[in-house]
Design a protein around this ligand. Structure first.
Ligand code: PXG
Length: 465
């Protein structure tokens, strides 16, 4: 059997990929024509592709490689664990050491009395767990009619059926989930795009109060929970105005609604604290985790719940779980990742060094003629591209046309920066150094200049009317 080594010509790998591999969130025919980029190895914050190019990964993979690439300690732990106990389940009154130790460590790291963990293989599965968990919680408490979960438009909670329904991505709903009983969506706190003439603080309060209105309309007795990302990630790194989260917390408390913080992206140092809930002073009852939990080295996620929720859910059998819940290899690797994050004070590096260094340069991007707002919390940032910053105008072209061009220019300059519509987003590995941040910014500026030239030449620097 052949192995895929760097010696394979890129075109050959692309043709074989196109022949048999269906990619997520991809138009297959167009990709087959163009050819996928082939990543062959990675170290620190740099990827290497099959042509030998070194690319600065401004996205930490998919928002997950928090400790950076190439940490051999995690590979050693995985190999050791595979030899010792490659698999056993945690059903049927059984457990094993990696699951015990990881749950214990998460209870120590998570804020407040979030002390109990149910494992999954990723964030989508964990949110499926959460939907059934909060409904079962109310059932066990004798309030079986509290079933509706309120979520937000333009939220991303994953791609399984329940996670897609909880998410607020219209394009996803249109493919297979036209409606889903028991999920209700309210507006997002995206002041730049939707705030009109209001101040950000007024707008943040207004969007938070949509939760209270929804509870009133649906009936407090029918609503189980509210789910939200502290900062929307896949939605475009939408940082809510300061007024937003305190009001949401007040409303959840006042109306006996469980608060689920989806920390899949914000968790494990991304916002400059261990959890985004600490950055925004949220007190969730349930927290979704994945991605940075293992820095992406193994697929693992989970739901961390409070003592109070665990007590109720433990009253009877919760008929739920996955073959790989608490998988020993994934759990051991996650533990080693958390050890590195802690021992090397990576969260402190974000807070004291990397984020302040990036913040200055990032804010400076707002001086570029193509850039409206530049937002950054910890190492999670976005810039809004606009043809007219004074009016926060959208482009006349279809949403994402300019963003895609900018992403292509980033890639041509060996920088991975994503686009979400016409917003550009970054989420680099948390271990990024100040020098590497300077390189990221230099490449981003070049990409922005090239995008501006291209869209000006093509007559696209035009506001929508
Ligand atoms: N919640 C949030 C907040 C996420 O960002 C999930 C849940 C689902 O996790 P899993 O592990 O099942 O993928 C996510 C995942 C993008 C992108 O394009 C973002 C995610 C996944 C794939 C692509 O930004 N986030």
């Amino acid at each position: 059997m052949s192995t895929l080594a760097n010696t394979h010509p890129t075109a050959e790998l692309q043709a074989r990929d196109a022949a048999h591999h269906l990619h997520p969130f991809t138009a297959g025919a167009a990709l087959a024509k163009k050819g996928a980029r082939v990543i062959t190895s990675a170290e620190g914050v740099f990827l290497t592709d099959s042509d030998g190019e070194r690319i600065l990964d401004g996205m930490a993979g998919l928002w997950c490689v928090n400790i950076g690439y190439g940490r051999g300690e995690l590979a050693d732990v995985a190999a050791r664990q595979m030899r010792e106990l490659p698999y056993y389940n945690t059903f049927f009154q059984t457990t094993h050491v990696p699951a015990i130790e990881l749950a214990e460590k998460l209870a120590e790291l998570a804020p407040g009395d979030l002390n109990h963990v149910m494992f999954a293989s990723g964030g989508s599965e964990a949110n499926d767990t959460n939907l059934r968990l909060v409904r079962t919680y109310w059932k066990f408490l004798g309030k079986p009619e509290k079933q509706i979960v309120i979520a937000r438009k333009n939220a991303y909670h994953g791609s399984t059926v329940a996670a897609t329904a909880l998410g607020g991505m219209a394009g996803m709903h249109a493919q297979g989930i036209p409606s889903f009983d028991g999920v209700h969506h309210i507006g997002q706190p995206d002041w730049w795009s939707e705030g009109g003439d209001m101040t950000p603080e007024e707008f943040g309060l207004m969007r938070a109060r949509e939760l209270e209105q929804a509870i009133a309309e649906l009936g407090e007795d029918e609503v189980a929970a509210f789910i939200a990302e502290p900062i929307q990630g896949a939605g475009g790194v939408i940082v809510p105005p300061d007024s937003y989260w305190p009001e949401i917390q007040r409303i959840c408390d006042a109306h006996d609604i469980l608060l689920i913080a989806d920390e899949v992206i914000c968790g494990f140092g991304r916002t400059g604290n261990w959890f985004g809930s600490e950055t925004f002073q949220i007190r969730p009852d349930v927290m979704t985790i994945a991605k940075g939990l293992s820095s992406g080295y193994q697929p693992i996620g989970g739901s961390i719940v409070t003592d109070a929720v665990a007590e109720v859910i433990g009253r009877d059998e919760f008929n739920h779980g996955y073959t790989y819940s608490g998988h020993p290899v994934a759990a051991a690797v996650a533990l080693e990742n958390l050890r590195i994050l802690q021992d090397e004070n990576v969260v402190g590096h974000v807070q004291n060094t990397a984020a302040p260094h990036l913040a200055k340069a990032w804010a400076g991007l707002a001086d570029h003629p193509l850039v409206g707002e530049a937002k950054l919390v910890g190492l999670m940032g976005s810039i809004a591209l606009t043809p007219d910053k004074a009016t926060r105008a959208k482009f006349a072209s279809d949403s994402g046309t300019v963003g895609l061009m900018c992403r292509e220019r980033c890639f041509a300059n060996n920088l991975i920066m994503r686009h979400v519509g016409d917003r550009m987003v970054i989420s680099p590995p948390l271990v990024i150094s100040p020098l590497e941040i300077d390189l990221l910014i230099a490449r981003a500026k070049t990409a922005l200049d090239e995008t501006l030239s291209a869209i000006t030449a093509e007559g696209l620097m035009v506001p929508a009317t």
